[in-house]
Design a protein. Structure first.
Length: 404
């Protein structure tokens, strides 16, 4: 009877110890860290559908070795002396900013630690393919990151930022899909008057696509400590060009403006991964077979990134040559009219957004003026269209070319 009396209290004490130990273990389990609030994107999409994460984790488990039923999130993580996790399991998702739907995309990201004076110290450029169900990256170093989605329009807010910390971090990035837009052109003369009739000769259309697989990974020392602003220039070295050579390039056709605008069709905004465009030649007839010429290059990388700022407007200047003729002073007694056939004025059409004078963008267009007369020294200058009537010398003195 005495032994039974001793065993009873001992069993009760043992049961209390087991329950207390289980409670302490439960309180020590770390919570997963989320980086959704640190990502620049549409807040409604952050967090994403739980089903996507479940689907992704089930796929990860199925890829484990037979007999290994552990979850990567439960694996031991390295820690620094301060107690913070030095690496984290990173779940990366991309969502369409218009619809909120998950999308597959190419993503480049790099470390963006802040150095002395607030300077950024980018390193470790890495490019990955993120499927619709998200991508799990194990042992991602903790720290600050910047990321770009290749298929996205380059928005003015710059790269999206996020923090990696704790044992598990989830990041939701936004893809801003390109819009279709119309491209139109307004043409003026040297006095700013709108021209309604010109001639147009198509060049060719082109498409350029970046090759994400050609971008060096973080394993290459050449990609370390790069300025993120240089990434676009770096990618330009990995372009694949496709040109439409079926266009009949040698035919000029008459075009008439509608409400002062010439319509050049529709295009799709450039993304960080691809762009497109077209070349044209424009000319204005001055009579007697004389023309002034203009090159028109439509490049979707120059189009506004915001849908509210479309359509894409360009401006061109096709002047007469009279303001040059009246200044020519030949040394042999002839007049400027005798040299009219030897005057060339060429220019390039410009996107309105790139022009210096917002109210009168045509004034910013550079005009290249050349006078090439046999037996005389060539004369040339470049002047902005808004200064064409006042910026040239009052007298253009042509000089006899020295004998050979």
């Amino acid at each position: 009877m005495r032994s039974i009396a001793v065993i009873g209290p001992l069993a009760a004490i043992l049961l209390v110890c087991l329950l207390t130990r289980g409670s302490l273990l439960a309180t020590k389990r770390p919570e997963a860290a989320s980086a959704s609030e640190g990502v620049r994107g549409t807040p409604a999409f952050q967090g994403g559908p739980p089903a996507l994460e479940t689907e992704r984790r089930n796929a990860t488990r199925s890829a484990l070795q037979p007999g290994d039923d552990s979850d990567p999130q439960d694996e031991a993580q390295e820690s620094d002396p301060s107690g913070e996790a030095a690496t984290s399991t990173l779940d990366l998702f991309v969502f369409d900013s218009r619809t909120g739907a998950p999308v597959a995309a190419h993503v480049s990201f790099w470390g963006a630690q802040v150095g002395p004076g607030g300077s950024r110290l980018p390193s470790g450029l890495r490019t990955v393919d993120v499927p619709t169900g998200g991508l799990c990256l194990e042992a991602c170093p903790a720290g600050s990151y910047e990321a770009v989605v290749h298929e996205s329009v380059p928005v003015r807010t710059g790269p999206q930022t996020f923090e990696v910390k704790g044992l598990y971090t989830r990041v939701d990035l936004s893809l801003h899909p390109p819009h279709d837009f119309g491209c139109r052109l307004r043409v003026r003369d040297e006095r700013g008057r709108i021209l309604s009739d010109i001639e147009v000769k198509p060049g060719f259309r082109f498409e350029s696509s970046y090759l994400p697989e050609a971008i060096p990974s973080d394993g290459s020392e050449t990609t370390r400590n790069r300025n993120p602003g240089e990434l676009r220039e770096e990618w330009n070295d990995h372009l694949e060009h496709k040109e439409d050579t079926s266009v009949r390039r040698n035919q000029w056709s008459h075009r008439h403006a509608v409400d002062g605008w010439f319509d050049f069709g529709r295009f799709t905004q450039a993304s960080r991964e691809a762009c497109a465009g077209a070349y044209y030649q424009l000319r204005r007839s001055l009579g007697d077979g004389r023309y002034t010429l203009c090159e028109l290059r439509i490049d979707t990388r120059d189009a506004p990134p915001s849908e509210e700022e479309l359509p894409f407007d360009l401006v061109a200047v096709l002047p007469s040559t009279q303001f040059v003729v009246e200044r020519i002073r030949p040394p042999d007694g002839r007049t400027g009219d005798d040299f009219r056939d030897f005057i060339q004025i060429e220019s390039d059409a410009l996107p309105v957004a790139q022009c210096r004078y917002a109210g009168d963008p045509w004034r910013s267009v550079p005009l290249e003026i050349k006078i090439q007369v046999p037996g005389f020294t060539a004369w040339q200058t470049t002047v902005r269209a808004g200064e064409a009537l006042t910026g040239l010398p009052k007298e253009i003195k042509l000089e006899k070319a020295p004998p050979h």
